[in-house]
Design a protein around this ligand. Structure first.
Ligand code: PMV
Length: 326
C-alpha cells in the first residue's frame, strides 16, 4: 500500500441528472451528458496506514462538516471492501474553487477520491469500474472519471450504471464561462433535491422526454451544430429548474443576479452573439460559447458588472499525479 494522489475535474451537465430510481445505489432516472472542466478541480492524496485507529480526513482551507466526513468514510469503506483490507486511511483533499456555488465539488471530489484511494489500496480498476464506484459517492462524480464529453448510462443495476467518454476533450472548441453569483453555500443540497424531484407534478413529463433529448444533443455535438446544441442546452436547464421550483417544498436556486444574467445572455444573443447558458443546483450561471467568442463574452461580462468568473475548456478526466498533499 502506498501514498497516491489523483486530480479530477468538475463537470457541467448539458443534459441533467435530477431524480433517481434507486436512492441508495444512486441510480439516476435518466441518462445524462456532460463536459469535464479544465479549471475547476479537486486534488486528493490518500494513504492507508496500519497504525491509524480511524480515517483521518482533511480538506485544505475548509472545515469539513460531519455529514461530508461520513460520506467520505463510507466511500473509503466501499474501497476497503473491494480490496479486502481493514486499514484506515489518511486523506487530504483540496479544491481550487469555493464550495456550494453551483460548481459540483462533489463530482470532482468523489472522482479524485475513488482513483487515489483505489490505487492506494492496491486495486487496479478499469475506467468503467472507477466510474461505477465514484457514482456511489456522488452521482455526477461518475462523469468526472472518463475524458472530455461524457454520457452516464442510467442502467438498472450498480454494474450497469456508469459514464463513458463519447467525444475526447479536443473534439470541439467550446468553453464554459462559469459566473459565480454567490459564494455562500446553497440551502438545499443536491442529494436532498434528488429526493424531492418526484414530488413535482412536471417530473413525469420531464422524464418522458429525456431519451429523446439525449439523442438530439449527441447529434448536435457530433455535427458541431452550436445553435441546435445551445437551444437544447438552455431548454434543458430551464426544464430542470422548473421541476425544482415546483417540487414540494419548492427549491429556488436562482438569485436575482442569476435572472439578470439570463436576460443579458438573451439580449446578447439577439445581437448576434451565439451564446447559451446552463445552471446546476445553485445560483451560478454557466455561459457556453465557442472558443472564438470567449474574449468577447468575458469583456461583455466585465462591462456588465459580472467580474467573478472562471473560463473552462473541455478537459480530460481523473488522473494520477506525482505531487502529494502530505
Ligand atoms: O451528483 P449530485 O448529487 O451532486 O447531483 C448533480 C445534480 C446537477 O448538478 C444539478 C445535475 C447534473 O447532472 O450534474
Amino acid at each position: 500500500m502506498r501514498k497516491v494522489t489523483a486530480i479530477a475535474p468538475a463537470n457541467i451537465a448539458f443534459i441533467k441528472y435530477w431524480g433517481r430510481k434507486d436512492e441508495k445505489l444512486r441510480l439516476p432516472a435518466n441518462n445524462s451528458l456532460a463536459m469535464n472542466l479544465s479549471n475547476v478541480f479537486t486534488i486528493t492524496t490518500v494513504e492507508f496506514l496500519e497504525n491509524l485507529k480511524q480515517d483521518q480526513i482533511k480538506m485544505a482551507g475548509e472545515k469539513l462538516d460531519d455529514k461530508s466526513k461520513k460520506r467520505i468514510v463510507d466511500h473509503l469503506e466501499r474501497i476497503r471492501n473491494l480490496a479486502n483490507i481493514k486499514v484506515h486511511a489518511r486523506v487530504v483533499t483540496k479544491n481550487n474553487f469555493p464550495k456550494g456555488t453551483g460548481i459540483a465539488s462533489s463530482a470532482s471530489g468523489f472522482a479524485a477520491l475513488t482513483l487515489a484511494a483505489s490505487k492506494s489500496a492496491g486495486l487496479n480498476l478499469s475506467e468503467k469500474e472507477l466510474s461505477i464506484i465514484a457514482r456511489q459517492g456522488s452521482g455526477s462524480a461518475c462523469r468526472s472519471i472518463p475524458d472530455g464529453f461524457t454520457e452516464w448510462i442510467a442502467g438498472n443495476s450498480s454494474e450497469t450504471s456508469f459514464a463513458h467518454s463519447i467525444f475526447p476533450a479536443n473534439w470541439w472548441k467550446i468553453c464554459d464561462i462559469t459566473v459565480l453569483i454567490s459564494k455562500t453555500s446553497k440551502k438545499v443540497s443536491s442529494s436532498e433535491g434528488h429526493d424531492l424531484a418526484e414530488s413535482s407534478p412536471f417530473y413525469p413529463v420531464r422524464i418522458a422526454d429525456m431519451e429523446n433529448k439525449v439523442s438530439e444533443i449527441k447529434i448536435a455535438i457530433k455535427g458541431k451544430n452550436f445553435e441546435k446544441f445551445g437551444e437544447i442546452l438552455e431548454e434543458e436547464a430551464i426544464n430542470m429548474h422548473a421541476v425544482m421550483m415546483t417540487s414540494r417544498p419548492a427549491i429556488l436556486y436562482w438569485l436575482p443576479k442569476t435572472l439578470e444574467l439570463i436576460l443579458l445572455i438573451r439580449e446578447w444573443r439577439s445581437n448576434n452573439l451565439p451564446i447559451f447558458f446552463t445552471i446546476d443546483a445553485g445560483p451560478s450561471v454557466h455561459l457556453i460559447c465557442e472558443k472564438e467568442n470567449e474574449m468577447k463574452v468575458t469583456q461583455m461580462l466585465s462591462k456588465s458588472g459580472f467580474k467573478d468568473f472562471i473560463v473552462n475548456n473541455p478537459s480530460s478526466g481523473a488522473k494520477l499525479v506525482d505531487d502529494n498533499l502530505f
